[in-house]
Ligand binder design. Sequence first.
Ligand code: CA
Length: 230
Amino acid sequence: MTETLPDTRILVIEDEAAIRRFLTIILGSAGFAVEEAARGREGIARAATSAPDVIVLDLGLPDLDGKAVVAAIREWSQVPILILSVRDAEAEKIESLDAGADDYVTKPFSSGELLARLRALLRSRRPSETEKPVTAVGPLVIDLARRLVTLDGAEVKLTRKEYDVLALLSRHQGRLVTHRQLLTTVWGPAHIEDTHYLRIAIGHVRDKLGDDAADPRFILTEPGVGYRLK
Ligand code: CA
């Protein structure tokens, strides 16, 4: 929590002045240099002119929907985008993630939750870490270079698909990976609707890791959206 983020520039796109002010205060005190935009089009323009390191985007904007803002920015930029969602906007949240947003928090959120998500996004964008071949979550070690998974030092035998699912989650450790991303990458674009493949594979991985979906040590479920490796 005390990790500072010097010279990290963040763009906040949010139409509600009170929430914008709250975000500016907590992000500013965490060491971010904060820029603000109150509309989607203004946000897209600022993203282009000021090249922020990370973007926080509210999905409920008056002029453009969140998916359109994400898609416009993704035309030229891979900047991490964290979306702010509300509980009854599941469809738009998922569309925005599929359009290329990286993660989300649901309003109302705590400042600790928001900062943890932002740090995970920024960490995973550092080149030295994105190429990191070994991921550890406590006793679980995923070695991408050797395609080897161990738990407490003992090899865990996974099928190819089970391994591919776990490997994709480990490449995005701490970040949300959507059903669509997992299905497209592991099974191919023809299987985007086959969420039962994914549910079964995740179930098998959890069984082999002795992980409990209700109280997970390793793989967190984001209901209706995707999965996240701790
Ligand atoms: Ca709003």
